[in-house]
Design a protein around this ligand. Structure first.
Ligand code: NA7
Length: 537
């Protein structure tokens, strides 16, 4: 039933119950603010609540991928180095019970509109069920993957089988056993689904447009004794994580340029990173892998040698790991894999290269490409997300003069410090565009970036201020700073969601700030200089 609470003015409303929203709720409440959290789903967890496709698993390792608060890890152990979705959901339930969060969360509440009222210096926020609240400060914690991207595929409606996007997986699940399964998309979600579908399906067809450069996960399963023992290193790991450029306590690149390091030392460093698994081979080899084409090529060639050794058919190998890299290594997110390259040796698994034989249409029985028809029972769309800005587009944000955020960002994102937006006072977003986000990870960003917002609100309260505005000049300078700082990055050379280039029509730009420590230094400097770039009243 629709409800309205005009007399209640919250200090802060947090939108989104993933790591960032949860941390804000906990910390702001702890500091005595009146705060509530609205979550569209029925439980906390963010992407771990919403993404329930088979094989969903985090590819940032624990304990880095968790909150550093001791009351949370004291009575919690992880069973694996890269936990799956169910364990992450249990973790959120644990966080909820230790920090007592749910009492301040309104679940099943999808925010649809938020309008700034300048007379009152407050936001009016409306949800899909007709509920309205007023809040002094609005803190969107929408994550970068809250809006799925489904490409327009000709004939999609005609397909008579089951078709599911990985982010909208049916709660009752999909049994792949004995089915003819097709997977479109080979990013992190595609890789994970393929690994689950290959052993079960009668036939699996993987439709690849661009090969993923997947890295060895090097998963570890821990017995109860090991789980406890590992905790003795947690406090130190979290301290190091807070000082790390990569946002991982133990992923650190050699300060030399890869090309300057002679063999066999260079290969030994590559090999060590490979054996450590996860993102070590992406961010923990040499400092110039993502800026020097020559060093990048060395990393690619090493990666390729590892992959070729796993694939029997040279034709398939050439598609999964081409001799010439189609984009610089690591410029698209390198998913982690456990059996991905092995499954292509199975007789029931087929790889279709959509660059070579483009998709023509979906029809009643399956997918037709320029050279063949693939009949399917189940089609999995692992086609990703309208990263970062998609979640904002889904809400009708209206700032000063009734200007919508969709209009303000129609030609590209404008922010100050990746947290504030000129023309949208009293709005401080976390884990959004122009901040480290995809180059950090949820829990780490939640704490490091989140503390800045907590301190900012404390400062405003101490000053008796009711309004904070980011200036246009500061936002323009922030954009210039990002452009100058990362102009030589090879990230620009791939059509990735980092570059907002995975969704047709989206303005191409570097969406995230690829250096957490540099970013945090800029934020601290702003606060230390009296919140330079903001107008406070
Ligand atoms: P990604 O990484 O964006 O991957 C999407 C995949 O879907 C990618 O391989 C795309 O190919 C493919 N794609 C997208 N549109 C099409 C069309 N029209 N035809 C064929 N193939 C297409 O999404 P994920 O969900 O895997 O991962 C997102 C992040 O979420 C992940 O990195 C984790 O951080 C969690 P392309 O490369 O664009 O050619």
């Amino acid at each position: 039933m629709a409800s309205r609470e005009p007399d209640v003015l919250l200090d802060a409303l947090v939108i989104g119950g993933g790591f960032n929203g949860v941390y804000q709720l906990y910390r702001l409440r702890q500091q005595g603010f009146v705060v509530q959290l609205f979550e569209a789903g029925s439980a906390l967890g963010g992407v771990w609540h919403h993404n329930r496709y088979p094989g969903a698993r985090v590819d940032s390792h624990v304990p880095d991928y968790a909150f550093s608060l001791e009351p949370l890890w004291r009575n919690w152990t992880w069973s694996e180095r890269f936990p799956g979705r169910e364990e992450l959901q249990r973790y959120f339930a644990h966080v909820d019970s230790v920090l007592n969060l749910s009492s301040h969360v309104r679940f099943n509440t999808r925010v649809v509109a938020a309008t700034f009222e300048p007379g009152e210096n407050r936001w009016r926020v409306e949800s899909a069920d007709g509920h309205t609240v007023y809040t002094r400060f609005l803190i969107p914690c929408l994550g970068f993957a809250s809006r799925a991207y489904t490409p327009a595929l000709p004939g999609h409606q005609a397909f008579k089988g089951r078709s599911h996007h990985t982010a909208h997986w049916p709660t009752e699940g999909v049994d792949f056993a004995g089915q003819r399964v097709g997977v479109i998309g080979t990013g992190a979600s595609g890789v994970q689904v393929v690994q689950e579908a290959a052993p079960a399906a009668e036939q699996l067809v993987v439709f690849q447009r661009t090969p993923v450069f997947a890295l060895a996960m090097q998963q570890q399963h821990w017995d109860p004794e090991t789980r406890q023992r590992l905790k003795s290193g947690y406090a130190d790991a979290y301290r190091r994580r807070g000082e790390s450029t990569t946002s991982f306590s133990d992923v650190k690149a050699d300060p030399r340029r890869a090309v300057d390091v002679p063999e066999p030392e260079r290969s030994a460093i590559f090999e060590a990173a490979w054996q450590r698994g996860g993102f070590h081979f992406w961010a923990g080899t040499f400092r110039d892998i993502l800026s020097s084409p020559a060093s990048n090529r060395l990393a690619y060639d090493f990666w390729r040698s590892k992959v070729l050794a796993r694939i029997q058919d040279p034709g398939i190998a050439a598609k999964l790991a081409p001799e010439e890299p189609p984009y610089p290594f690591g410029a698209k997110r390198p998913s982690l894999e456990q059996t991905y390259y092995d499954v292509f040796n199975q007789p029931n698994v087929q790889l279709v290269d959509l660059k070579e034989t483009p998709l023509v249409e979906l029809n009643a029985t399956g997918v037709r490409t320029q050279t063949g028809q693939y009949d399917l029972d189940v089609l999995v769309l692992a086609t990703g997300f309208d990263a970062s800005t998609g979640g904002f587009d889904a809400i009708d944000f209206r700032g000063l003069g009734g200007r919508t955020l969709r209009t303000a960002w129609s030609t590209g994102v404008t922010t100050y410090l990746g947290m504030a937006i000129p023309g949208f006072p009293n709005l401080l977003m976390l884990y959004g565009p122009h901040s480290p986000t995809a180059f950090c990870n949820g829990p780490t960003c939640a704490e490091l970036q989140g503390e800045w917002v907590v301190r900012c609100l404390e400062m405003l309260r101490a000053r008796g201020a009711t309004r904070i505005d980011a200036s246009d000049t500061a936002a323009a300078a922030w954009k210039e700073h990002m452009d100058a700082e990362f102009s030589d990055s090879l990230l620009h050379k791939a059509d990735s969601w980092y570059m907002a280039a995975n969704v047709p029509g989206k303005p191409r730009q570097l969406l995230f700030y690829p250096n957490t420590q540099k970013y945090l230094a800029q934020c601290s400097q702003c606060a230390d200089n009296g919140y330079q770039g903001f107008v406070i009243r």
